[in-house]
Design a binder for this molecule. Sequence first.
Ligand code: ADP
Ligand code: MG
Length: 626
Amino acid sequence: MKIQVLAPEVYNQIAAGEVIDRPYSVVKELVENAIDAGATQIAVEVEGGGKKLIRVTDNGGGIAKDDLANAYAAHATSKLRTAADLFGVTTLGFRGEALASVASVSKMNIVSRVQGEEAFSLACEGGVRGEILPAAGAGGTEVTVRELFFNTPARLKFLKSDQQEEGDVAGMMARFILSRPEIAFTFSANGKVKYRSFGDGLSAALAAVYGADILSHCYELNADKHGIRLHGYIGDRNYSKPNRTYQSLFVNGRYVVNQTVAAAFTNAYAAYLMKRQYPFYVVFLDVPPEIVDVNVHPNKADVRFADNQVIYGTVYSVVSSVLDGNSRALEYLVSTAPKQEQQPLEMALKPHTAPMPKQEARPSADTPPAMTFEEAKKELQFHIPVQTGKATVSPRGRDRAVFEVSAPTQKEIDVFEENKRALAEAEKKGQQRVDPASLAFKGELFRTYLIYECGDDAYIVDQHAAHERIIYDRLREKAEKREIVSQPMLVPFILTLNPAEFAFLVKQFPILAELGFEVEEFGSDAVKVSAVPADLMKMDLSAFFNEIMESYESLRAIKLADILKDKLASAACKAAVKGGETLTEEEVKSLLRRMNGDMGLKCPHGRPVAVHVGRGEFEKLFKRIV
Ligand code: ADP
Ligand code: MG
């Protein structure tokens, strides 16, 4: 057979299969074009879940008459000239294939008007262009897509019900509203308005999508670390959602689903949320464009980072600081209340930084200038573990390591270690040590709180929190000193895995052994656990390993030991004595002995273990003093 160049209509239909498979992907492309055109108002209408009609109207720059035909041409784009431009992409579209693809499988019409010129329209049906005609239209562009897939029945068959398609379009629109809080969006379906935002900031955008109530369940973050900025809203410890659709991550303004960031969140929330509960977050991660590769997948839903560990470490440490309520969190939180009272501590923590600019969707004129790429790169280099030898450049340039950190003199800085040190220091400052011998046990309240007296001070200890914290510390300490006691199990636990999981877990055997697990291969697809850390005799092994395996994809690139230690901590909580159980006198004594008089402790969840009440407070209660 003779080799033939495909007719453009055919080529575009094939290409369309990759990018445009459902109404929501059409909406995505059209709205992205409107954003790229600088629109501040974008209206999206769908009928029949988008199968019958999709219309996107914007007030952006418009398409000039001479360019109208080109807009439909494959690989025609006004946003990219050379392959090298790919590495500095700042617009959402750049492949120049969306309009051509959609036009080849629908009946499309574009009406557009450039400021100061007349409006023109150009229709296209199944990839066959009509004529450019004068039209009436406001400044900007209106793209109408009717009867999507009318000429590709096979693809039409794969669409879901109108309702489901509409739901997916709505999900897409929610993301646009959140990612572009400065743009006013209207989304309507079958003539009814579903979402409406006014372009007045992120908190208003959150309210437009989730209802105003959401804000009372969230922390607002704005953290700058290692040249990476993380800002947005995260649900508090008690706020969880039944699935992951309430998680929005925007990397440099682009919505993505990214395993590394998702794992950082999951692990930061691990101690607070039960299984099958998911954290809520709408966050923006701004990184220097050179350390992120957006060209991973044709529909651009994921990105690749030059260094997963730095990204993981940054997100994990910021989110867990805020959730655990440690003093570092003040650096990351945006407070809506006047900050006056917090000032001293905050000042102590960041002596040389200017006040945090109020979080905004986009840097405004009076926010300090963002750091330059070079500055960011320098900072990052400092925090990236030294790699041996030069980074290799793959032929496609895609996997190129952006940082060729090969200077042997540069000291290795580990984000985890750094954070750990800071946490330990912050905790030390908050310590309130009391001589255990001077504490007199005075009884117990509600079978949960133990009361101690020491001179003019009373301490109320949450026995559950105390026990958790003791176990947690002991485990961590032993893990570090490698003196964990393993407790053999009567019946070994067998874990059957798929080949990839198996290979992954086998590699972790040394870490597991260090933590007190006795593990070995059991046949070619299973692992036998025959001993566990003595402190965790009661732990739910299958839940523990399930949790590890659930996130193993993303764990591969990061330090498992730290995550395992945290997982151990949450297992410790579950294994620890629960509030509501009465302790024997002996247990009470040993609890106190093990606390070693430290009344400033927090449980692994960040709750206080002990509360101090001075004699004066009692006297105030009884109006002995005022
Ligand atoms: P890409 O967005 O990747 O460049 P598209 O096929 O989506 O490719 O669009 C092709 C070109 O049409 C764009 O580069 C842009 O010049 C123009 N265009 C498309 N939609 C709009 C719009 N809403 N406003 C202004 N120009 C547009
Ligand atoms: Mg586009």
